[in-house]
Design a protein. Structure first.
Lengths: 255, 303
């Protein structure tokens, strides 16, 4: 409990935390609103098949694609800022059981990331749906089946990517290296997968952790993808493996 | 007096470089122990090993009988200042200390106390990145004092301090030791240790060179000598040898040990030998230290 309070003190006492958090929400919600506005222009010219497969909930939550980077960076910085400034040294002297140090960081950051994630998810959803409704398009409400799961899920997804950032930062200890890896995992691999032979691309689309986890924001089933919860479970498992690798390195490495 | 920091066969290897080499160490409570050695001798590495920041390649080191990571209340047991710049520059002094204090269940009241103790109360809300080196050292010392620990370790604490700051740290360390605490302070400056420390641990190339009280150390190594010049060097040499002096040539005269200048003068007068010069020379602590650690370096090269 003491260590949790210590980590919360560290996080809240930096101006950069609040800037990054505010930027994350603004970028997430802003991009979501722009993307939803784009949908209202594209919808009138869409084919009947496209319209049948159109998922207004998922369409309003595309903001997670961009917001995941901002929240991932925040997760990376939770640990790499300590390595960059040397703060890790007094931190480890104060909490020599390093597993507890990392666990406290993870718990405190997870709570913050969840709050930010839910804020982005619900705000994006509500803005998007009102835009769709104003344009006379089909739109979703929270009491429809699976819609609440998708909106809450978008926040869960963002928190998971934030923790992925923390895990990568713990392994790599360098801000630039960890952010580069995070961008590769969340965005680049997806682009590369499109260039791969179809069977590989299908496999990647189904099982690549962030691609699978992202399906939690969809209400309508996506062809060839895992279901929302199994996909999100896969992502959580991946984050846990990365975190465990970081934990092992943190424990055994010289500081 | 019991040993509070104890190392046995402590060894740390970075790649093929041996930073600490089979060090046996016992630091006692109630004294300021000066941890002395040239830059790169392994002082900081030894302190990192004591704090569990780095793991030893072999050997053990304990504080109050526990490896550091096994201490039930680390902040209440050991206070350490290794690197004054190891602070997030964007965090205020008070928040930096509060984050560390929280790990030991301490709060703002204790943070305010230590800030007052080190004279930083007025800048508690300022970001640590704006601090001068001297203020950073004080902040690091405040962090070390948070848990009111019986063991204190400072790595080169006077580096970059103004004279007033240096006097402050010296007094602080001596007061802490007088309260029965263990104080281990490293330096590469022998003169600094001579005025601060009561006990000396000297290392060179990661190996122990001396582990002794400062007075014994000076008696043993800081030997006085007298330089004499005369036209009758051979006759004077015979007289001085008979009186128990040890001689060696120096400049264009003789360096005499084991006899005082007063005695040499009397002996020369009794024999009617005219002296052109009679000068007592006290080997400075820096000389002694340089000689000792150079030996260690040369020995290491030959081995």
């Amino acid at each position: 409990m003491n260590i949790l309070r210590s980590e919360w003190t560290k996080l809240r006492s930096l101006r950069s935390t609040w800037f990054t958090a505010a930027a994350t929400v603004l970028i997430g919600v802003g991009i979501g609103a722009v993307a939803s506005a784009g949908q209202t222009r594209a919808y009138p010219t869409a084919t009947a098949a496209d319209r049948a497969g159109w998922d207004p909930t998922a369409a309003s939550l595309t903001s997670v694609t961009v917001a995941q980077l901002a929240i991932g960076v925040l997760g990376v910085l939770v640990i790499t800022a300590e390595y960059a400034t040397g703060m890790i040294q007094p931190s480890v002297v104060a909490v020599p059981r390093r597993g507890r140090l990392l666990a406290a960081k993870a718990v405190v950051f997870a709570v913050v990331a969840l709050i930010l994630g839910q804020l982005i998810g619900f705000t994006s959803f509500l803005i998007g749906q009102s835009q769709f409704a104003n344009a006379g398009m089909p739109h979703a409400t929270l009491d429809q089946p699976d819609v609440l799961r998708a909106v809450v899920g978008s926040g869960l997804y963002l928190a998971a990517v934030g923790l992925l950032g923390l895990g990568l930062g713990t392994i790599l200890r360098s801000t630039a290296g960890a952010i580069g890896t995070l961008v590769s995992i969340t965005l680049l691999v997806r682009l590369v997968a499109q260039a791969l032979p179809e069977s590989w691309a299908e496999w990647m689309n189904r099982y690549w952790p962030t691609t699978a986890g992202e399906k939690i924001v969809a209400v309508l089933p996506v062809d060839g993808a895992l279901g929302p919860w199994p996909g999100f479970g896969l992502l959580c498992g991946f984050v846990a493996v990365v975190g465990a690798a970081g934990y092992t390195l943190l424990r055994t490495r010289d500081t | 007096m019991s040993d509070t920091i104890e190392a046995r066969g402590l060894t740390k290897r970075y790649g093929d470089k041996l930073a600490v080499d089979g060090l046996d160490l016992a630091v006692r409570a109630g004294l300021v122990t000066g941890f002395l050695g040239p830059n790169g001798a392994g002082k900081s590495t030894t302190m990192r090993l004591i704090l569990g920041l780095d793991a030893p390649s072999s050997g053990t080191v304990t504080v109050h009988g526990h490896p550091y990571a096994g201490l039930p209340r680390p902040l209440h047991t050991v206070g350490a200042l290794l690197d004054a710049h190891a602070v997030h520059p964007g965090r205020s002094a008070a928040n930096h200390l509060l984050a560390l204090a929280r790990t030991a269940g301490l709060g703002r009241a204790r943070v305010d106390e230590v800030l007052g103790l080190v004279g930083l109360a007025d800048v508690a809300g300022k970001r640590a990145g704006t601090f001068s080196l001297g203020m950073s050292q004080r902040l690091g010392i405040a962090a070390a004092l948070l848990g009111d620990p019986p063991v204190l370790m400072f790595d080169e604490p006077v580096n970059g301090l103004d004279p007033e700051g240096i006097r402050w740290i010296r007094t602080l360390m001596r007061d802490m030791a007088a309260e029965g605490r263990t104080v281990l302070v490293s330096s590469h400056l022998m003169g600094e240790m001579a005025v601060t420390a009561q006990h000396l641990v000297v290392i060179g190339r990661g190996r122990l060179i001396a582990d002794t009280g400062i007075d014994d150390f000076l008696r043993e190594h800081g030997s006085e000598s007298v330089v004499v010049r005369t036209d009758e060097a051979d006759r004077l040499a015979r007289v001085l040898r008979r009186a128990g002096g040890t001689l060696e040539p120096a400049d264009d005269g003789l360096r005499v040990r084991s006899l005082t200048a007063r005695n040499i003068g009397k002996l020369a007068a009794a024999e009617g030998i005219a002296l052109a010069e009679l000068t007592p020379r006290r080997g400075s602590l820096e000389d002694v230290f340089m000689a000792l650690t150079n030996d260690a370096v040369e020995y290491g090269v030959r081995a």
